[in-house]
Design a protein. Structure first.
Length: 95
């Protein structure tokens, strides 16, 4: 089993049909798929992400490194899919 993390802004939102199909196949193969976003969980931004990704677990990392926040939430990610891979290990202000 793999844990796969998909970014939202610049990744999921640019090809939602592609990622939905990918997620369906990954889940059917008993992998875990989560969305890890650099957004904060606000009333508008959180709602947009939730509506777009359906029932997938979402980790709202805000400006913190995505990997650290995902681990705090109990996810050890095997594969990261992110248009800004530096955000996996670095805070937002380090780009």
């Amino acid at each position: 089993m793999l844990v796969i993390a998909i970014d939202y802004d610049g990744t999921w939102d640019r090809a939602p049909d592609l990622w939905s199909q990918f997620v369906a196949k990954a889940l059917a193969a008993n992998h875990v798929v989560i969305v890890v976003t650099g957004r904060l969980d606000g009333p508008n931004s959180g709602k947009e992400v939730r509506e777009a990704v359906g029932d997938l677990p979402i980790v709202f990392a805000g400006p913190r490194p995505k990997k650290a926040v995902a681990e705090e939430k109990g996810y050890t990610v095997d594969i990261w899919i992110d248009d800004s891979p530096c955000r996996v290990d670095n805070p937002l202000d380090s780009e």
